[in-house]
Design a protein around this ligand. Structure first.
Ligand code: F6P
Length: 319
């Protein structure tokens, strides 16, 4: 019996601690381990190599993923999935841990409905947008990177009478934006899940500016695709000279926080333990109310992650 691990889609801090735990824990359980390099592309191209302890020495503090990642278009074609299956068979791989996000899990669902594969997915994406789990690997580190950037931007904002508009990642999900707005004390937050009430807000901000407010910090989720519209709104309706910062890929990098490392270890242990049971795997490990659970892959990919209501409510309370 041999177990393998791959990372796919956007890399997330916490993938390396998960990879280290995978090798160390599987070894304790007397399992041979393999790395599948370059995500689903590597599964197709057979870049599969046996993993050793020295491969995972000294990686726990590193962001990214030592086994690299990809966004594979080829995997959505049957002939490549067939090739991928043959590669798993040829190495005698009986269980697979998949670190990835929504797109990866969709691909794995297709794969597992056609071939006799046995995998467990670990939600790993800074977007925190996977159905059924309150937490995905990498989110805490990404939020800390954003917090650091916002604290610095606020230093400059408070030295000028200006508005600062900061665009954060998150694909179609506003999680990173709303949490960053809450913890940085931003006055404005625009996310895809909630209609932007520009008129009401500009009136309130103009009143506050009359009463002494000097600057405004606004956070916008990339998924709204309205950064230039909000820029214009801040300048024209609110009436403040505005600078825009798009944080971009720095949000995906950096040494995983303590929380991301601990979560990586726990997610991985649950995943490996499940693969070693005889029952059919093809599940996703999720974290709900302080506990780890396993959900069917079909349930995870056929439902949409919804922001908790108290976060949506918080948008109206920003000040
Ligand atoms: O899913 C993670 C993420 O960083 C999203 O927040 C972002 O929209 C996307 O990946 C960017 O993808 P890429 O690195 O392929 O440009």
């Amino acid at each position: 019996m041999a177990l393998a691990i791959l990372s796919s889609g956007g890399d997330a801090p916490g993938m390396n601690p998960a990879i280290k735990k995978f090798v160390d824990y599987a070894y304790k359980k007397n399992q041979k381990t393999y790395f599948i390099y370059d995500g689903l592309e590597g599964l197709i191209d057979n870049t599969i190599k046996e993993a050793t302890h020295s491969d995972v020495a000294g990686i726990v503090h590193e962001g990214g993923t030592i086994i690299r990642s990809s966004r594979s278009k080829r995997f959505f074609e049957y002939e490549y999935r067939q090739q991928a299956y043959q590669n798993l068979q040829s190495h005698g791989i009986t269980g697979l841990v998949v670190l990835g996000g929504d797109g990866t899990f969709r691909a794995m669902e297709r794969f597992s409905s056609e071939f006799d594969v046995n995998f467990v997915g670990i939600p790993s994406t800074i977007d925190n947008d996977i159905y059924g789990t309150e937490y995905c690997l990498g989110v805490d580190t990404a939020l800390n990177v954003i917090r650091d950037a916002l604290d610095k931007i606020r230093d400059t904002a408070s030295s000028f009478s200006r508005a600062f508009l900061v665009e954060v990642m998150g694909r179609d999900c506003g999680y990173l934006a709303i949490v960053s707005a809450m913890i940085s004390g931003a006055e404005v937050c625009v996310i895809p899940e909630k209609e932007f009430e520009g008129e009401l807000l500009s009136k309130r901000l103009r009143d506050e500016i009359k009463n002494g407010r000097r600057y405004v910090l606004a956070i916008i989720a990339e998924g709204t695709k309205s950064t230039s519209k909000i820029h214009q709104w801040l300048q024209e309706d609110v009436g403040l000279e505005t600078r825009v910062s798009i944080l971009g890929h720095i949000q995906r990098g950096g040494s995983p926080t303590v929380y991301d490392r601990l979560m990586a270890f726990d997610f991985t242990i649950v995943a490996v333990d499940h693969l070693l049971k005889k029952d059919n795997a093809n599940k996703i490990v999720v974290y709900q109310k302080g506990e780890f659970k396993l959900l069917e892959i079909q349930e995870v990919v056929s439902n949409k992650y919804l922001l908790p209501q108290h976060y949506l409510n918080a948008i109206n309370l920003l000040d």
